[in-house]
Design a protein around this ligand. Sequence first.
Ligand code: NAD
Length: 427
Amino acid sequence: MKTIEKEAKKMGMYENVMHQFNRAADLMDLNPSVRKILAIPNTEIVVNFPVKLDDGSVEVFKGYRVQHNNALGPYKGGLRYHETVDIDAARALATWMTWKTSLAGLPYGGGKGGVQINPKNYSTAELERITRRFTYALGDNIGPEHDIPAPDVNTTPQMMAWIADTYMSTKSTNERTKHAHVVTGKPVGAGGLEGRDRATGYGVVVGIKAWAKHKGVSLKGKRYIVQGFGNVGYWAATFMKQNGAILVGVQDASGTIYNNEGIDPEALHNFIGQNGGMISGYIDATVMPNDLFFGMDCDIMIPAALGNQITADNADSIKAMVVAEGANGPVDVPANDILIAKNIDIIPDIFCNSGGVIASYFEWLQNRNGELWDLQEVLEKLEIKMNNSFKRMLDAAEKYNTDWRTAAFIEAIARVEQAYLQRGIFP
Ligand code: NAD
């Protein structure tokens, strides 16, 4: 009976984001017509497409792209390759993207998608064919001025280059080069931006530094743990180290490790590079049971893996002073309320991991205008944008006497509301 009750309490990701939206909409007294529009995605695309595997057999894959809202500009958001990709996840992640791009002040809406696979089960050649055929199946549902994908869980700069190449190849010869900005997160040699690789992790640490300044604490000597040691987790750890913080625990899909004396992010990154992307087997740390991860003794926690990881089942055990949401939707609604009641700060995802989409915007501008930006310029501009968002989030929290997540949502929703109210509804 107890287990059934617990299961019933677990929320789907879309239910989670809608709960966050409704909380903010009630508080800000959102225009009722605009509220109806924003409560549902504009478009949901599901494609089934065949791919020939290395052994000559054919497999049919299911791909998703949900376009939540484009009142402020083209849909923008990542593509994920993971077994948990389904319509609920794509809807939720697309909706978060609308709020993330709006809060950051970008001329974009929100979209998200992916393919329901475990990429570890496929060779590089198969992944190339899956990516190209998925792009072809999406056709003109994506486009540089319409819907611009980017990397997310298990998708890489190389895959973004395949998407750009496939999309461009479907255009006439004299149109082709105008379409490189159909996707961001490409390798630098293929139109990518210096620093896009580290932008999300860098932004997470910009967010943590802003929190520390607001609290009047120093990051030097602070102990932190990271869930997920992929793109976001690794780069966040790298920049935390530059600020003098000490990594004591890491969890990824292969297990959990702990070292009270500190784990060197670079050494762990080099290890996983030789170990199929997994932390298991790293010798400079002790292996821990997975369910002890969230209760580890630390000052700062960075969830940087999947959604719905911090729930009512583990939120009570958290000892950190602050949870910095590198992942999208890592804390569900019941857990959010438990953390607030425990006076644990939450740096909300739509602000905390927005460095990625901000750098994607710079890459899009760079391609669109035929420019080349350097790394320093990218990181400086990113930091300015995030610090502006942080200030607006704090101001809204004070004005509405609410938590940071709800304040961030209010700021983001207000911008979209204004666009609808000024333009009206066609016809
Ligand atoms: P990634 O594929 O590079 O890394 C994912 C990491 O999560 C891996 O270390 C993997 O082992 C780990 N993981 C997977 N399942 C897990 C589980 N059940 N328990 C513990 N760890 C698990 O992905 P990424 O790009 O670093 O994305 C991580 C999160 O950050 C996602 O929620 C993503 O939506 C979000 N995000 C990414 C970007 C970006 O630019 N890449 C931008 C904004 C937000």
